[in-house]
Design a protein around this ligand. Structure first.
Ligand SMILES: [Fe+2]
Ligand SMILES: [Fe+2]
Length: 442
């Protein structure tokens, strides 16, 4: 028996010396947290505006996750600020014009290498260092809610940085790209230094000369979706996967393949959602939080298809993965019409005999356990999305029927104005299915 062991004091949060740290006053604490909130909300905005023009699917997928993680972080920081005796909160106010200049430069990243270099090579590592510094400065007992929050933020931030740095390593293959990466990191870093770092309190030994700004006029986002060179048949909409998986005369296995293809093709949903969010201004923060979650869910739905194809050794990049849907919505409709269409689709997925429950059942009846798990979660996500739709677009338009009517008109607008797409292989599904029909589901 060790009699020297005592019940930990102070709920095990810290030692006496740490609890005696004078730490940061509430005023300083709030002003730093407001800077975190601002930088994070600009990161969210930058990723949303770069989603369509970024060609690499893996980058789109990770940005979808990071949009949601940043949204979660912003919500936590805003809540914490609201607990710190400072109303009015001014959470949507720019805390420092130099931070605004910095983030306006970052959004002008012109290639994926620059985008990743600025976000994952400069801003996120500096944010992480700022959280760690804050944890060292503040009193860990009296400011426990801030400390717990920052520890959680740091865990996510580390994962995001790790992804970004590995992605940069993979993308920077030539000296020219290395040069491009370093030049842009120096550019962004100079503006960060001019803002005295993330916290506005960082002391730099050497002075900095600001490079000529790129942001000389307001940034205009390009919502034409792009895909990298692996994707070759990007306008092919011959197969209506919806008709195929519902066709009871087809083999159960073929119907599950059609469902998995349908999941894979959902990479166009985050693209259209990002254009909605980017062009919808002035909503309460909760709107952007909900939409961030939905963006990540839809990217995950596409990854469900990707995983299933990869698990069975199929090169999914050779399948036609069209951009028609996001291209048409982003370029031919208003943000409200796009959102009404999204709601119309998700509303249509709710009936048990044709919607998400039915998709789950098809996977289950075909005896494919992985597809069953995927569609179980896909179903749950879509129920959430229908609720998010009711909360925002239905309220905006003035009712469920009104939103469905708006969607109907918007579908018609697409049909009437649809551009002529390049020729497509009308029999690709048969060619594909002939190759896979003898593969056993694992
Ligand atoms: Fe989905
Ligand atoms: Fe959805």
């Amino acid at each position: 028996m060790d009699n020297s062991i005592e019940i930990p004091k102070y709920a095990g949060v810290c030692k006496l010396e740490e609890a005696c740290r004078i730490g940061l006053p509430i005023d300083d604490n709030v002003s730093i947290l407001k800077r975190f909130n601002y930088i994070k909300s600009k990161l969210y905005d930058i990723m949303v505006k770069h989603m369509n023009r970024t060609p690499e699917w893996e980058v789109k997928g990770a940005m979808s996750l990071h949009i949601w993680l940043d949204a979660e972080h912003i919500t936590s920081v805003r809540k914490r600020v609201s607990e710190m005796r400072e109303p009015p909160l001014y959470l949507d106010k720019i805390p420092d014009p130099k931070l605004e200049t910095l983030m306006n430069e970052l959004i002008y990243s012109s290639t994926t290498v620059e985008l990743l270099a600025g976000i994952y090579g400069v801003i996120r590592p500096s944010l992480l260092a700022a959280y760690k510094e804050h944890l060292q400065l503040t009193n860990p007992l009296v400011d426990y809610p801030t400390c717990r929050m920052l520890k959680m933020l740091a865990l996510d931030e580390e994962d995001m940085i790790q992804w970004g740095q590995q992605a940069l390593q993979a993308m920077v293959k030539t000296n020219q790209q290395l040069d491009e990466m370093n030049r842009w990191m120096n550019h962004v870093h100079a503006y960060l230094q001019d803002a005295e770092g993330i916290t506005g309190r960082q002391v730099y030994v050497e002075s900095v000369e600001l490079p000529a700004p790129r942001a000389i006029k307001p940034f205009e986002a390009d919502f034409v979706p792009r895909r990298d060179e692996r994707f070759t048949d990007i306008y092919n909409s011959v197969l209506s996967a919806d008709e195929l998986y519902q066709d009871k005369s087809r083999d159960a296995k073929e119907r599950v393949w059609a469902l998995l293809y349908k999941r894979l093709r959902e990479m166009d949903v985050p693209e259209m959602q990002c254009s909605i969010v980017a062009e919808t201004k002035g909503k309460p923060w909760e709107y952007y939080h909900d939409m961030g979650r939905q963006i990540w869910d839809e990217a995950r739905h596409s990854m469900m298809g990707q995983v299933a194809f990869e698990h069975m050794g199929i090169d999914w990049t050779k399948l036609p993965i069209r951009i028609n849907f996001s291209y048409e919505l982003n370029t031919m409709l208003t943000p409200q019409e796009r959102h009404a269409i999204l709601y119309d689709i998700e509303f249509g997925l709710m009936p048990g005999d044709t919607g998400k429950k039915y998709e789950w059942n098809i996977s289950r009846e075909a005896g494919y356990a992985l597809a069953t798990t995927f569609h179980d979660h896909d179903w749950a996500d879509e129920v959430l999305h229908a609720q998010i739709g009711r909360k925002w677009i239905v309220k905006d338009v003035g009712g469920v029927q009104e939103t469905l009517d708006m969607a109907k008109k918007a579908w018609k607008k697409l049909e009437d104005g649809r551009p002529a797409y390049p020729a497509e292989d009308p029999d690709w599904w048969q060619h594909f299915y002939d190759q896979v029909k003898d593969i056993e589901f694992k």
